[in-house]
Design a protein around this ligand. Structure first.
Ligand code: ZN
Length: 162
């Protein structure tokens, strides 16, 4: 069962990222009931669209800490449904469980809102593949727990860009 205290820490990382001028995304990796890595979104502050995703940041830190390329037995808590790049990295790292708060549909709704608010100027880079589809086509299989503490996660939208 997912635990609220871990998602709370992922949310705190997301708040920190938003305060740094990045998107409000965060992630933590849990092993044996303890957080071993915290991932921050640093896309804009580090000019890094790859390692700048919170989930990738957390995976790299956890692997460096454990000195191994795989993260079996761990759980990924992230504030948003992982993008195809991050979901793929989760599979490459052999992570068995992902718990996320807001969903891809929530993000699409928010992006549509920003787009109409900006008179069509805002554009969202995306690849339209839900995490569940990557899992379906990937190996090993990952258990995906969606919408955990979603209401708290949705509040992060208010921070982005502030
Ligand atoms: Zn990502």
């Amino acid at each position: 069962m997912p635990e609220e205290k871990f998602m709370q820490k992922a949310i705190e990382a997301a708040v920190q990222s938003a305060h740094n001028g990045d998107y409000g995304h965060g992630a933590v990796i849990v092993l044996n009931g303890e957080i071993i890595a915290t991932g921050y979104e640093t896309l804009k502050s580090a000019n890094d669209p790859v390692n700048g995703h919170a989930e990738i940041d957390a995976i790299r830190k956890a692997c460096q800490l454990l000195k191994q390329p795989y993260l079996e037995e761990t759980i990924m808590y992230c504030t948003a449904e992982p993008c195809p790049m991050c979901m793929s990295a989760i599979i490459w790292a052999k992570m068995p469980v992902v718990v996320h708060a807001i969903t891809r549909d929530d993000m699409i709704a928010e992006m549509e809102r920003l787009k109409s608010e900006s008179g069509g100027k805002f554009s969202w880079r995306q690849i339209a593949i839900p995490a569940s589809e990557i899992i379906e086509k990937g190996e090993p299989k990952v258990e995906l727990i969606s919408g955990f503490m979603r209401e708290e996660g949705l509040k992060l939208f208010e921070l982005t860009g502030k």
